[in-house]
Design a protein. Structure first.
Length: 123
């Protein structure tokens, strides 16, 4: 993916910008459901980019039983300012009774890419 600017056009990121960015992780039961959710997140500017990883096998305990399922993992690049809206959209669209939704802070990265995430998730 090519950003609409070159890296020499982007200023260096200040260290205080990094804590405002994060990766959200969620799983869905099918590629179609994952693609639909990813598209909504990007269209709504709740994510700059969503990677769809097509196959993972999950083993988990649910309602007292050990279960297993093939799932699709979404890696969602977003900003903390969009967290509540992102969470609401995922909970509203997600087919699971209890969606997996985890946040991982972004500690660093390519300055131009970090700036792009911020720019694309402005509300």
């Amino acid at each position: 993916m090519q950003p609409p600017f070159s890296s020499d056009e982007m200023p260096d990121m200040a260290p205080d910008v990094m804590p405002s960015l994060m990766i959200a992780l969620t799983t869905l039961p099918s590629r179609d459901a994952a693609a639909a959710l990813a598209r909504h997140l990007v269209d709504a500017r709740l994510a700059a980019c969503v990677n769809i990883l097509p196959a993972c096998h999950s083993i988990y305990r649910w309602q007292g039983k050990v279960e297993a399922a093939d799932e699709v993992l979404l890696i969602i690049k977003t900003s903390k300012t969009r967290q509540l809206a992102l969470e609401q959209l995922i909970c509203n669209m997600h087919p699971y009774e209890l969606p997996e939704l985890l946040y991982v802070p972004i500690a660093g990265g390519l300055n131009a890419y970090i700036q792009w995430i911020q720019q694309e998730t402005l509300s």
